[in-house]
Design a protein around this ligand. Structure first.
Ligand SMILES: C[S@@+](CC[C@H](N)C(=O)[O-])C[C@H]1O[C@@H](n2cnc3c(N)ncnc32)[C@H](O)[C@@H]1O
Length: 273
């Protein structure tokens, strides 16, 4: 057994696992802290003049649907994802929310975006780049389809900073590392971008970091742990009994208001040189 990032290898997942990820993506989008991080970069984009927006790795379309619901956005958002079930869910939710004229979701591979060069005013990768097979290939594709003067947003976590408190520090560290490695193909990619982007002809217009921290009770990190511990077990990095005990302890600390977890997230707004 080895680590198999579930968002990279969606093709290996059964229906139950896909449903669990759909629930996680939709619940994360509703989380107040996470919604704030999205709004923070949206406020920096010139939405009223953005006619065409592309979200690469759109999952259930939470980000694009949020854009479509904003009054200052009058353009069209297209979402692309490799997972058929996510795309079907995204299109169904858009229909339910009566925004299906403003958004469209299509099956596709981030490594080979099937659009003419310079098609989009804004191209977004919201927690995609940590999962893909070849981050540089994906960034190059994004650079190709954004128009000169347009913006590319790369938002993701730095999962080497992902940590849950645990009284046994050495075991806690092992579990933090296993969670990062089992869930993300590229857990450290966000700290590599300042080095990688210039080589792709991309210039950083603005970049910043936010720490997502839960102290006392847990909601964001509760759903994260529940969604992804199965992949730690599957990876064989830590024995199932130890992982179950870890999860039990986290739930207990949430019940007792003694919980602590955190992770840093980074946003880069970049343009073509
Ligand atoms: C963590 S989810 C993020 C979904 C969405 N952007 C959001 O924030 O709700 C990562 C998504 O990337 C997609 N993905 C991973 N590799 C991909 C690839 N090569 N091409 C297209 N989509 C990909 C997965 O299917 C998954 O939907």
């Amino acid at each position: 057994m080895s680590a198999r990032d579930p968002h990279r290898f969606t093709n290996e997942l059964d229906n139950t696992a896909i449903e669990r990820l759909i629930t996680r993506l939709e619940s994360r989008a509703k989380d107040a802290v996470f919604a704030q991080l999205l709004d923070k970069y949206i406020a920096k984009l010139e939405l009223p003049t953005a006619n065409m927006v592309l979200e690469v790795g759109c999952g259930t379309g939470a980000v694009s649907r949020h854009l479509a619901q904003r009054s200052e956005f009058t353009g069209k958002a297209i979402g692309v994802d490799q997972c058929r079930q996510f795309i079907d869910t995204a299109n169904k939710l858009a229909l339910d929310e009566a925004i299906n004229e403003q958004v469209e979701f299509r099956l596709g591979d981030a490594h080979n975006l099937n659009f003419p060069p310079a098609t989009f005013d804004v191209v977004i990768a919201h927690t995609l780049i940590s999962h893909v097979t070849e981050p540089e290939v994906v960034l190059r594709e994004m650079a190709n389809v954004v128009r000169p003067g347009g913006s590319i947003v790369i938002f993701d976590g730095d999962y080497a900073s992902l940590t849950y408190s645990h009284p046994d520090h050495a075991f806690g560290y092992r579990m933090d590392t296993a969670l990062a490695v089992a869930t993300f193909n590229n857990p450290r990619v966000m700290r590599e971008l300042p080095r990688v982007l210039p080589g792709l002809g991309l210039k950083v217009k603005e970049a910043w970091g936010d720490a997502v921290v839960e102290i006392g009770s847990g909601s964001y990190f509760k759903s994260f742990a529940e969604a992804y511990v199965p992949y730690v077990i599957k990876s064989g990095m830590i024995a199932e009994r130890e992982v179950d005990d870890w999860l039990e302890l986290q739930k207990q600390s949430m019940d007792e208001d003694t919980f602590f977890a955190s992770c840093n997230y980074y946003t880069y707004i970049v343009c073509r040189d």
